[in-house]
Design a protein around this ligand. Structure first.
Ligand code: GTP
Ligand code: MG
Length: 184
């Protein structure tokens, strides 16, 4: 089989998706992996998984394993075990609720304190402002401020996305995957 000829490069990328309750982490993943969206909110309990297989070319396969971590209040006590072995992360906030962006620094600090690349550097992390199909609130209206915020907190980049309207989902995912593969 082509898997056994020794020439196929097959890599597994563990990527975390974290952020406050109901910001749209599950919706982002469902849109990216299954091109599906639901208006109905069902809170994730603990952690969920999704896998997307990318054929970069005829010699390389990338298995993108997305870890969908619940945003529930007490989850931070359990994140160490979830973060183990992760190569990158998305932190998701809701552009309609400023306080979910205020929590981003807490999520980033938790991430950086619990997982690093083999050389000790922080894992690449992209900030996602979801629900951009709706009215934005706060500094997300100011791209220059957002750029500054990202630089200050060590984010690779930030994107406004909409899981509902399928805006910037592929672009954000591709940017993080490229960043991981470029480090490797
Ligand atoms: P937890 O698992 O509880 O942490 O929530 P979550 O971050 O996984 O959020 P989830 O994806 O379940 O979405 C929460 C609610 O927001 C649901 O009712 C979704 O339908 C809605 N939602 C998600 N993405 C979007 C979006 O892009 N636009 C709009 N308008 N609503 C969205
Ligand atoms: Mg969820």
């Amino acid at each position: 089989s082509p898997q056994n000829n020794g020439k196929l490069k097959d890599s597994m990328l563990k990527i975390l998706v974290i952020g406050d309750l109901a910001t749209g982490k599950t919706s982002f993943i469902k849109r990216y992996v299954h091109d599906f969206f639901s208006q109905t909110y069902r809170a994730t309990i603990g952690v969920d998984f999704a896998l997307k297989i990318l054929h970069l070319d005829d010699k390389s396969i990338v298995r993108v394993q997305l870890w969908d971590v619940a945003g529930q209040e007490n989850i931070i006590n359990m994140t160490r075990v979830f973060y183990n072995g992760a190569l990158a992360a998305f932190i998701v906030f809701d552009v309609t609720r400023t306080y979910t962006l205020e929590s981003v620094a807490k999520w980033k600090a938790d991430l950086d304190s619990k997982v690093q690349l083999p050389d000790g550097s922080p894992v690449p992390c992209i900030l996602l402002g979801n629900k951009c199909d709706q009215q934005r609130e706060g500094i997300v209206n100011n791209p220059a401020k957002m750029d500054e915020y990202c630089k200050e907190h060590g984010f690779t980049a930030w994107y406004e996305i909409s899981a509902k309207e399928n805006i910037n989902i592929q672009e954000a995912a591709n940017a993080l995957i490229s960043k991981i593969l470029q480090n490797d």
